[in-house]
Write a protein that binds this ligand. Structure first.
Ligand SMILES: [Zn+2]
Length: 236
């Protein structure tokens, strides 16, 4: 009952794009008003930032026709422990456990920006992974890993503060959009540094349909070319 009330409140206030921090966060500490989301943190600012991220991502997918209540836990961790093997990760999403972990990368400067200016965008990135996995599961389909990353980076950039995003795109003016979507493949994803891949993704997303491209990927109206058809190897 309380959650339903907060959902309605969230929709009304959020639609006006006013301080959605208040609306995004439920009354109980660590419970967001949208979806089934628990934030594991005693820090009110982290809880607010996580719930705002959930709100923004859910609103994005609402806008392209997917009504989704994310079912996920979000935990804030300390700086990355190299032993965990996530030395360069800003966060992770575990589909089996429906769990997001976020790392404090205070000294990291993704795209040359101070961490505090971009950390919220990485929460949106991980929440997008969670929502995409849920949508694909509902349709009984899946996408190659690089296309999961494509959608996560595209939504991350789409939801960024425009002045921050413009500054990053300006700094990476040497990165051109893909000429064809076959350029999004395991090699470009695996070999490019993540910051450059993210910029390639967002520029390509804009050229190839933006939100509608994401919608078509999720409904399988657009199916990425499989790798073996992309680069035929000669028979041995
Ligand atoms: Zn990712």
């Amino acid at each position: 009952m309380i959650l339903t009330l907060l959902w309605t409140l969230g929709t009304t206030v959020g639609a006006a794009a006013l301080d959605n921090g208040t609306a995004a966060q439920g009354r109980a500490p660590g419970i967001c008003s949208r979806g089934d989301v628990v934030v594991q943190s005693a820090n009110p600012q982290q809880i607010r930032e996580a719930c705002e991220a959930v709100y923004d991502v859910v609103t994005y997918f609402d806008g392209i026709g997917f009504k989704i209540d994310p079912h996920v836990s979000i935990a804030f961790r300390g700086d990355v422990d190299a032993k965990e093997g996530h030395k360069h990760a800003h966060g992770s999403y575990d589909p089996a456990g429906r769990a997001i972990k976020l790392y404090a990368r205070e000294r990291a400067r993704p795209w040359g920006e101070p961490w505090q200016d971009v950390r919220g965008s990485f929460i949106r990135h991980e929440v997008t992974h969670a929502v995409v996995v849920q949508i694909l599961a509902m349709h009984g389909s899946d996408l190659p890993r690089e296309w999961h990353e494509f959608i996560a980076y595209a939504v991350q950039f789409e939801l960024m503060e425009p002045s921050l995003r413009d500054r990053i795109l300006e700094r990476y003016s040497n990165v051109a959009p893909a000429r064809a979507l076959t350029q999004i493949n395991p090699f470009t994803h695996g070999l490019a540094d993540p910051d450059t891949f993210a910029v390639l993704v967002f520029k390509s997303y804009r050229v190839f349909g933006g939100r509608d491209l994401v919608r078509r990927l999720l409904t399988a109206e657009f199916v990425p070319t499989p790798l073996d058809r992309m680069m035929p190897f000669p028979p041995n």
